[in-house]
Design a protein around this ligand. Structure first.
Ligand SMILES: [Fe+2]
Ligand SMILES: [Fe+2]
Length: 168
């Protein structure tokens, strides 16, 4: 059990050490330096991971912890490709995630599952999914703290989507 936990920790941390993940994260940081709206930084990635994991525990979804963390750490990693090349960032993130996941020891089946979740993280229908994709989608939306946001008035999120209350 302990060994299994350590192996999971290693694969998740290998993602954060991967050169492609690191250079992408830094590029996003540079490009979002003056952004007033929600950013796509490592705090967001980890908020999403933890919220998705909490939902998994509360709703007993039966997800693998490292799949939740891997999907969250990678779901917006292609954001710079959207800024620089106009590639929708869920597609850009999948392009980068495949290579990173394989290099970090995830199997083809795991890559497919995680990349599917990333690919669907902006599609409304994913919100109803009961697996990894749905948990990622809901955590992504729930992670945004609209009630404390200084750019609220300029934000184009529909009012019904905005998080106006602390949810427990
Ligand atoms: Fe996103
Ligand atoms: Fe996100």
């Amino acid at each position: 059990m302990q060994k299994e936990k350590e192996e999971q920790l290693q694969r998740v941390n290998a993602i954060c050490r991967h050169p492609l993940w690191q250079t992408s994260r830094k590029r996003i940081e540079e490009l979002e330096q003056d952004r007033v709206f929600c950013g796509h930084d490592v705090i967001h990635f980890l908020d999403v991971a933890r919220l998705a994991w909490i939902e998994n525990l509360e709703q007993q979804l039966g997800l693998e912890k490292e799949h939740v963390y891997a999907a969250a750490l990678l779901h917006d990693i292609g954001r710079h490709l959207q800024y620089e090349q106009g590639i929708p960032h869920e597609e850009g993130s999948v392009m980068l995630a495949g290579e990173i996941l394989r290099d970090c020891g995830f199997s083809d089946a795991e890559c497919l599952k995680i990349c599917d979740a990333i690919a669907g993280h902006r599609a409304k229908k994913t919100g109803k999914d009961g697996g990894l994709a749905g948990a990622l989608y809901r955590a992504d939306k729930a992670s945004r703290m609209c009630l404390f946001c200084a750019a609220d008035a300029e934000c184009n999120w529909p009012e019904e989507k905005k998080n106006r209350e602390v949810r427990i």
